[in-house]
Design a protein around this ligand. Structure first.
Ligand code: C5P
Length: 222
């Protein structure tokens, strides 16, 4: 059972997807982590992130691994555990630049599909920006998770626990969404994709909306 979830930055899709996967006994794949890990790798290698040819040349050397168990989540590049490093603002600031390079999207999409195909659990929740439309358009359950912009900003600020001024978080989030929107549309639901708007929902209610939809889909598929 493949569950595809897309949404903008700060929509809560990572934490909601992880909690829903845990409850359903599913695996969990955060595709943003792969784009972040590739950005981290390019920074480490001294690649010019704004030169698409240099970024493309770095693709074959990218050795990526993630833990899809929602309770043992990790992200690795080669022998480095980058689970925390990829969340740093220096990576958030540059990830959109590498995410627009076609060779990067192609390689990462292939990796995402391999991970979905090889899960040993009864299902996998894969979340990102283009999962419902490009990576897994055939998934039986496809969800667009949204929330009003001010709510997304304040949730992201809370997540960063005051480590950065709120206006900077808002600026960076807005800038990232604008850049990312030029590459894929994750602000509107494609045909057959169910929108869950979490603006007025608690975290638990949002997780419940996802698990209810997945269970209903599994029941009709049976
Ligand atoms: O989900 P997260 O905010 O961690 O994603 C980081 C970045 O990875 C996004 O800003 C976007 O540039 C890129 N991304 C993407 N396609 C996806 C997932 C993430 O382009 N499916």
């Amino acid at each position: 059972m493949i569950v595809a979830i897309d949404g903008p930055a700060g929509s809560g899709k990572s934490s909601v997807s992880k909690a829903a996967a845990r409850e359903l006994g599913f695996a969990y794949q955060d595709t943003g982590a792969a784009y972040r890990a590739f950005a981290w790798y390019c920074v480490e290698q001294g690649v010019d992130l704004h030169n698409p040819d240099d970024v493309t040349d770095a693709v074959p050397g990218f050795d990526y691994a993630i833990g899809t168990d929602p309770d043992r989540y990790y992200v690795r590049v080669g022998r480095h555990d980058v689970t925390d490093d990829i969340r740093e603002p220096r990576i958030s600031a540059v990830v959109s630049a590498i995410a627009r390079v076609p060779a990067v999207r192609e390689r990462l999409t292939a990796i995402f599909r391999e991970i979905m195909a090889s899960t040993e659990r009864p299902g996998i929740i894969t979340e990102g920006r283009d999962i419902t439309t490009v990576v897994a358009p055939e998934a039986p359950a496809r969800i667009l998770l949204t929330a009003d912009e001010d709510v997304r900003m304040s949730r992201r600020s809370a997540e960063l626990a005051g480590t950065q001024p709120e206006h900077l978080v808002a600026e960076q989030l807005g800038a990232r969404d604008r850049l990312d929107s030029q590459v894929v549309d994750f602000m509107s639901a494609a045909d057959g994709v169910v929108t869950i708007d979490s603006t007025h929902l608690t975290f638990d209610e949002t997780v419940r909306a996802v698990t209810d939809l997945v269970r209903a889909t599994m029941a009709t598929d049976r």
